[in-house]
Design a protein around this ligand. Structure first.
Ligand code: D5M
Ligand code: FE
Ligand code: ZN
Length: 498
């Protein structure tokens, strides 16, 4: 569809200049891996005699001497961040203390870039001010006047708890100098407080308010991503995003997946497919063994190695010119806790032998033609959906936005998502992604948030018994295709239309 309009544009440009395009030349233009309008403009610029654009004219602008007029579709991939080399195994309780300290410090560096953070006060200072007077009063040399003028206090910390009380929602924040309990009493503050993830870092603007014991929350600031203009590819290249194959499961949709693989290989006949340069696979390649109780009743292949070998065989059909990036999910071999290192090579069933496939840990940042892509399987989306009001399994992109706001991929500790006690918190979203790709929920969803394209890439597994009892209706058999030059996404459906 994108190219269709490109051709139409080129045609109408030629017509407007009084030119006609010979059908053979037209066919050749359609087959070019380039900007068609630009090619036609270039031809008209060079043409001196007739008003008919012919095959030779097209050849003229694509011959090697004139390559610069028609830049080929780029394919430059970089791995920006992979947790694998930094993953350590269990450090016990100490590890969690270090993890949270690291989370706090890394997120404070992000918050420091916000103008409101200039007024930040330590919690110990705020508590000190509260002693021996009717309430906290601003103090401290530099901040004194601005704090007094504003009549408010700004603190930041980890959100330790959230409780619904008579007066509103009580939050407890800790910034390593102290702990403070504050109340969201106004409707607006209550709404903002409800949308925070437990254990995330938050900045709060506080004030004294009538009828509220202690300080009241005037404003809630999540670290958030800045509203930004995303990076784009200079040429029209496409990235395909998929996840959750669940090979080995009775419900794996092999027919649809083979249809998808055939489509990837149909390059020469299709204007978009020809320009697919990248494929991102967001985890849950296999269904695994012993991942949930009584899983064996839902398996076709009873061992993980066989499942991986079959996956590798399927993925070997991806055309070799498509650079493929693969991260693990909760069903795949290797460590279960986040962040997950790359698949253990020994149990990867030959995946490592596919030269166009790059294995990465979960989460990982890559750059595709300059576009920053954050790949994350999405385990924590279950926790976000369970604990945030208004979230549902039918709109996973909404839950993904909560993670973007928190600048953290798995904020809540002690829920369904296991997080490893690493001394560095690698789940802090230090980079601002242009595309945020997750899966896990099995529902395709596409949205845009502050310049970032948010994609949940669905699944290739039909509805399981568990999902049926939970009332989760997956949307499997669909690939998300993104034009990296515009960041426009579209869905390519591989379900047979009945
Ligand atoms: O998870 C697919 C989706 O279904 C994800 O949102 C979790 C949910 N799910 C699936 N099985 C279970 C069980 N046994 N308990 C809780 N939630 C579940 P996937 O990782 O692909 O299995
Ligand atoms: Fe899955
Ligand atoms: Zn999953």
């Amino acid at each position: 569809m994108v190219l269709q309009s490109e051709i139409v544009n080129a045609l109408s440009y030629a017509t407007s200049k009084g030119y006609q395009i010979h059908p053979d030349a037209f066919a050749m233009l359609k087959g070019l891996e380039t900007d068609v309008l630009k090619a036609v403009q270039e031809i008209i610029k060079q043409k001196k005699q007739t008003k008919m654009i012919v095959v030779d004219d097209v050849k003229n602008v694509v011959n090697p001497g004139r390559q610069e007029a028609l830049a080929p579709v780029e394919q430059i991939a970089k791995v920006l961040v992979d947790p694998t080399p930094n993953v350590n195994t269990g450090e016990g309780v100490d590890g969690y203390a270090l993890l949270f300290k690291s989370r706090f410090e890394k997120t404070m560096r992000i918050l420091a870039q916000r103008p409101d953070s200039k007024r930040m006060t330590k919690i110990s200072t705020v508590k000190q001010m509260g002693k021996g007077s009717t309430g906290p009063r601003p103090a401290g040399a530099a901040g004194e006047r601005s704090l007094a003028n504003a009549g408010t206090y700004v603190v930041s910390g980890l959100l330790m708890s959230r409780r619904t009380k008579k007066n509103g929602i009580e939050l407890e924040v800790d910034d390593y100098t102290g702990r403070l309990q504050v109340t969201a009493a106004s409707e607006d503050a209550k709404k903002q407080a409800a949308n925070l993830a437990l254990d995330q870092v938050v900045m709060l603007e506080l004030e004294n308010a009538k009828g509220v014991q202690g300080l009241a929350i005037k404003n809630v600031f999540s670290p958030d991503i800045p509203d930004h203009l995303p990076n784009k590819s200079r040429s029209e290249a496409y990235a395909v995003l998929i996840s959750d194959l669940h090979v080995g499961s009775k419900y794996f949709m092999q027919q649809e997946f083979l249809r998808f693989l055939d489509w990837l290989a149909s390059g020469d006949d299709d204007d978009v497919v020809r320009k697919i340069k990248f494929l991102c696979i967001g985890g849950d390649l296999i269904d695994g063994i012993g991942i949930f109780p009584n899983q064996d009743k839902e398996l076709l292949m009873m061992n993980a190695a066989a499942q991986m070998a079959h996956t590798a065989k399927l993925l070997s059909k991806i055309p070799k010119h498509i650079k493929t990036f693969i991260i693990p999910g909760n069903h795949d071999p290797g460590r279960r806790a986040l962040p997950q290192p790359i698949f253990p090579e020994a149990t990867s069933g030959g995946l490592y032998n596919l030269e166009n496939c790059t294995m990465l840990g979960n989460p990982a940042y890559i750059e595709l033609n300059g576009v920053k892509v954050l790949m994350f399987h999405g385990q924590s989306l279950d926790d976000v959906i369970a604990t945030t009001p208004g979230m549902s399994y039918q709109r996973p992109a909404e839950a993904m936005k909560v993670l973007l706001k928190a600048r953290h991929l798995s904020p809540t500790y002690g829920g369904r998502t296991p997080v490893a006690p690493e001394s560095e918190d690698m789940m802090v979203m230090t980079e601002v992604p242009d595309i945020f790709h997750a899966g896990h929920v099995h529902v395709t969803d596409v949205d845009s948030y502050r310049g970032t394209l948010v994609v949940n890439s669905g699944a290739w597994q039909a509805q399981t018994k568990f999902q049926q009892t939970m009332g989760i209706t997956p949307s499997p058999g669909i690939a998300i295709v993104v034009n990296l030059a515009t960041l426009q996404p579209f869905k390519q459906d591989f379900n047979l239309l009945l």
